[in-house]
Write a protein that binds this ligand. Structure first.
Ligand code: UGA
Length: 433
């Protein structure tokens, strides 16, 4: 099929590239000329494992093109995906200016029947708005369909998630739209859930809100574990083996971050409020998440007593491993707090240091974990990158002033750390003495 994706952010870029990989002819359009110029050369604005190779390969085969010209994209495509950003407004609502702009631009160009699909995460009823907007601004009477096809890929594992999803969700209003999207996704050979547009929009917000709540639930359980000396990992394992619960997203830690869960929870709370429902459950999940960061900071204070002039090493700055994304990363709040207290920070992250430096630069950025641990009174594990799991502990310990590790991601076994001579504090697991 001839497809275009308007918006070359995370979702747009990965989806467009994967559609091309599946054999479609894809135009990825974006109004950011600098970004498009870079992408044409195969240079990526983000770090995502495997994406660069896939983009380069599909550019070479002529299946993928980048453009700043939305007209070219709309004219040459049967299906147009809208994947522009929906950033949060101050009141928690999603800013839909980008979506509205694209809808208006598509309307002005529309040369004949097109299927216009929202892929960005949007509030329920946005599909209707998109349809109304196109009907209002369309130049001459042409038929078109609007559909919703939310994306469930995760950063860090985006290509695998796109190519092997648990399900595809499509919200449609016509047989033609349904048939087009079903045949587009047929090669993935996965269950396709066909609903109306509003249900599809809600499936996305409800899924992210549920996953965030699951994380907050296990973080709340970890607090009780800490009090009584139980082990949250064993609790999660025991719970997770129940098929109705499942083990995924039951890793206790320093709370969720990223560009999706915090923003989508806010948006879903506001959407519910706007239709007259107080979604208290989500407000509590949100509070537990904030509280989890404060709880981690308290662990640092309890262990170090006075923070002023202490040296703290930090391993991991991105909101999760395998990405350079630091949007709403717990590291931002933790570092800000430590700096206010007069702590000297040395930090290392395999990918996120340039982006972190743009936000906070009063940190010494190091070239590896051992450099970050130099003369440290304490080492913090903030992101569970694989390379931190494979660290040479003897070498690490030699660098440190005190062999103290406060692990916000539970990546090491307490007994092993104890044997190695570390004082090791983690989340919801007893420290060995
Ligand atoms: C999330 C969803 O998982 C995707 O399905 C969705 O498509 C995406 O949002 C989106 O809406 O675009 P993402 O934010 O990329 O994906 O990353 P996740 O793997 O979901 O992690 C989110 C946060 O939760 C991270 O900070 C992670 O450290 C934290 N987390 C995750 C936990 O603290 N514990 C867990 O057990 C799992």
């Amino acid at each position: 099929m001839n497809i275009s994706i308007i918006g070359s952010g995370y979702v747009g870029l990965v989806s467009g590239t994967c559609f091309a990989e599946l054999g479609n002819k894809v135009i990825c359009a974006d109004n950011d000329a600098k970004k498009i110029a870079q992408l044409k050369k195969g240079n990526l604005p983000i770090y995502e494992p495997g994406l660069e190779e896939l983009i380069k390969g599909n550019l070479k085969k002529g299946r993928l093109r980048f453009s700043t010209n939305i007209k070219e994209a709309v004219v040459n495509s049967e299906v147009i995906f809208i994947a522009v950003g929906t950033p949060p407004l101050d009141n928690g609502e999603a800013d839909l200016t980008g979506i509205e702009n694209v809808a208006r631009n598509i309307a002005k160009i529309l040369p004949g029947y097109r299927l216009i699909v929202e892929k960005s995460t949007v509030p329920v009823e946005t599909g209707e708005r998109v349809k109304d907007t196109i009907e209002t601004y369309v130049k001459r009477k042409v038929k078109f369909d609007v559909a919703s096809n939310p994306e469930f890929l995760r950063e860090g594992t985006a290509i695998n998630d796109f190519m092997h999803p648990d399900r595809i969700v499509i919200g449609v209003e016509s047989k033609k739209a349904r048939d087009t999207l079903v045949s587009l996704y047929q090669p993935l050979n996965v269950p396709i859930v066909v609903t109306n547009i509003k249900s599809a929009e809600l499936i996305k917000h409800a899924s992210n809100a549920f996953l965030a709540t699951k994380i907050s639930f296990i973080n709340a359980v970890s607090r009780v574990c800490d009090k009584v000396g139980a082990n949250v990992e064993e609790v999660a394992k025991g719970m997770g083996l129940d098929k109705r619960i499942g083990r995924a997203f039951l890793d206790a830690g320093i709370g969720y971050g990223g560009s999706c869960f915090p923003k989508d929870l806010d948006a879903f709370v506001t959407i519910s409020e706007n239709v007259g429902y107080d979604f208290e459950l989500l407000k509590v999940a949100r509070n537990v998440n904030e509280e989890q960061k404060r709880f981690y900071i308290k662990k640092i204070k309890d262990a170090l007593w006075v923070l002023k002039d202490k040296n703290i090493g930090i391993l991991g700055l991105s909101f999760k491993p395998n990405t350079d994304d630091i949007r709403s990363a717990p590291s931002l709040d933790i570092v800000k707090f430590l700096l206010q207290e007069g702590v000297k920070i040395r930090a290392y992250d395999p990918q996120a240091m340039p982006k972190f430096k743009n936000e906070i630069n009063q940190v010494t950025f190091c070239k590896n974990s051992y450099e970050a641990a130099k003369q440290a009174d304490c080492l913090l594990i903030i992101t569970e990158w694989n390379e931190f799991k494979e660290i040479d502990f003897k070498r690490l310990k030699k660098q440190m002033r005190c062999a103290l590790i406060i692990d916000g991601r539970n990546i090491y076994a307490p007994e092993v750390m104890c044997k190695l001579g570390f004082k090791y504090i983690s989340i919801g697991r007893p420290s060995c003495k």
